[in-house]
Design a protein around this ligand. Structure first.
Ligand SMILES: [Zn+2]
Length: 465
């Protein structure tokens, strides 16, 4: 089972969301190739005052507003060529109902308290005195002064779980990738305070009510993080054999919640912790953070529409590191598209052409992945695994250049045909290894070389304008 974080639907999908989906999709497809019955969970986070405000600004009914936003995200996932098995919306009755049951199961670790301190409306987050001092009382992301807040909240007692979480992370029972993030988080964990998990209903009207206390609404964590459980029907349904997730994909900004509050919830529920938290970075543009004020925000659709979603996937899964910030520039993107056309597109075109002219029979699809490739995939080192698959295409191109099948055919027709069949088999292997990353391309290649008589595709895989 692999999961993505669930995006907060107060805005439109951006490049960062795409990274989450693509990493999960590549892992999910890889495990499907291995014959596993993969679950791929995703969804949308639809509660909170920010969303409520946006709906008021738009003049729409709040439920209509989130319905529309959720549909935009679902379309985005599909437009990336991503195939999930389950997609939950936190505003659904199923989620709200199960989420309240989860809260009740955690009752022993929840207490009533009073929050007095700083808050940023834009961040929808509590601000520590240290953060307040560091930022001179003004939120750097929203350019607004922090507000003073004094209100009753429910708290989750982190002290009940801290030691167990620390041990699980230290001995990699809960493996945080990459390793540097594990170290960063362990430093944070030492001082992790109890967590406020509700807010007064008169401040936040749009959310899941706290069970047995109508004056309070769940604040972010129990609502959002529960999605990984409510999707599979917990606690109403038996999740044995399904739980825990093998890999949960998170951005570096939300790792601390997934490595802190989330394991605390699971320990409180008596459930196993996820095996791996795979942490990725942000998307930068020309080396800079994307921001409206700099004016360098790139709309993912602009990129997808340029050369299709396979070119998008190639760029972000191969040329962006799996765990560091992924830098985008139009120049690099165009260069990476040319690479696709020149390496894979060209290989398919010229080899299919030679096979067609020489009447080569269709080949069987490859089924076995190389061990080296599997090691990388199992370690979630996706960009290097993609490189490995890519090198297969380069090697076949090189063999064609060096072994010159056309010359062999002239001298010895049988030897020439044998060579072409062998090269076509290699292409089938390459197609299998690129399948987690470029599923559509892989399927096309398998169709071209897998029919009775190999023939040249009607249109090149990656046309150049
Ligand atoms: Zn803020």
């Amino acid at each position: 089972m692999v999961t993505t974080a669930i995006p907060y639907v107060n805005g439109n999908p951006h490049l960062g969301h795409a990274i989450d989906y693509l990493l999960a999709d590549a892992l999910s497809r890889y495990h499907s190739i291995l014959g596993e019955n993969v679950r791929f969970l995703t969804g949308t986070d639809e509660h909170g005052s920010k969303i409520y405000k946006k709906s008021l600004e738009s003049g729409k009914d709040i439920q209509d507003f989130v319905d529309e936003k959720a549909a935009v995200f679902q379309k985005f996932i599909t437009d990336l060529g991503v195939e999930y098995t389950s997609n939950i919306r936190t505003s659904s009755e199923k989620h709200k109902n199960l989420c309240q049951k989860i809260w009740q199961k955690l009752n022993d670790h929840i207490y009533q308290g009073r929050y007095e301190g700083w808050y940023c409306e834009g961040c929808e987050g509590y601000i520590s005195q240290k953060e307040y001092d560091d930022n001179g009382g003004i939120c750097p992301d929203h350019q607004k002064p922090y507000e003073k807040l004094a209100e009753d909240n429910y708290y989750l007692r982190m002290a009940d779980f801290k030691d167990k979480i620390k041990t699980a992370i230290e001995n990699d029972g809960l493996l945080i990738l990459p390793n540097k993030r594990k170290k960063e988080f362990l430093n944070l964990l030492a001082d992790i305070p109890d967590v406020s998990i509700s807010r007064p209903k008169d401040k936040v009207m749009w959310g899941v009510s706290v069970p047995d206390d109508d004056s309070q609404v769940m604040y972010v964590w129990i609502d959002a993080l529960s999605n990984y459980l409510t999707q599979i029907g917990y606690p109403d349904e038996n999740i044995e054999g399904i739980w825990p997730p093998d890999v949960q994909i998170v951005g570096k900004d939300i790792l601390r919640f997934h490595a802190g509050i989330w394991p605390a919830m699971l320990l409180g529920l008596g459930l196993e912790l996820p095996k791996v938290l795979l942490t990725h970075g942000f998307v930068t543009v020309d080396g800079q953070k994307m921001s409206k004020s700099i004016g360098n925000v790139v709309d993912p659709y602009e990129v997808i529409n340029k050369h299709g979603c396979e070119a998008f996937r190639h760029y972000f899964l191969r040329h962006a590191s799996t765990t560091e910030d992924a830098d985008f520039s139009w120049d690099k993107f165009e260069a990476s598209y040319l690479e696709l056309a020149n390496v894979i597109g060209n290989l398919v075109q010229r080899l299919a052409n030679l096979c067609m002219k020489n009447d080569i029979d269709g080949r069987k699809k490859a089924t076995d992945l190389d061990l080296d490739f599997m090691v990388m995939m199992n370690e979630c080192d996706l960009s290097h695994a993609f490189d490995y698959a890519w090198e297969k295409a380069q090697k076949i191109n090189k063999r064609i250049d060096e072994e010159k099948p056309w010359a062999v055919l002239k001298e010895d027709e049988n030897a020439g045909k044998k060579l072409l069949a062998e090269l076509a088999d290699e292409v089938m292997k390459m197609a299998l290894h690129v399948k987690p990353f470029l599923p559509e391309t892989s399927n096309k290649i398998e169709a071209i070389f897998g029919t009775d008589k190999i023939s040249v595709p009607e249109a090149p895989l990656f046309p150049k304008d």
